[in-house]
Design a protein. Sequence first.
Length: 93
Amino acid sequence: MAKAQLNVRVNEDTARAARERALARGMSVNRYIEELVKQDTGEVGHTFVEAAADFMKSYESVFAEEFGTDREGRVGGSHVKAGRDGRTSEGRR
C-alpha cells in the first residue's frame, strides 16, 4: 500500500507522550500513530477476527477430534445464541 505524508501539529505534552509510548512499544512514532488510527477505525479488530477465523479453520479437524463436532454452539441440532449477559436462549451460561 502506498504511503501518504500527513503533517499534524500537537501540543508538546501530546508529542512527548506519543514518543514515549512508541519507544515503549519498540516502534516509530509514525507506526504508533498509524496503529492508533487503525484501532479507532476498527481495522485492527477486523484483522484480528479474520486471523482468528483462519486459525479456527486451519485447526478445525483438531478441535473436532478433541471436543467433538457437536460443540459448535449448537444444542440438540439447533443453534444457540447467547445474550449480552452471557446466557443462552435456554438460560445457560
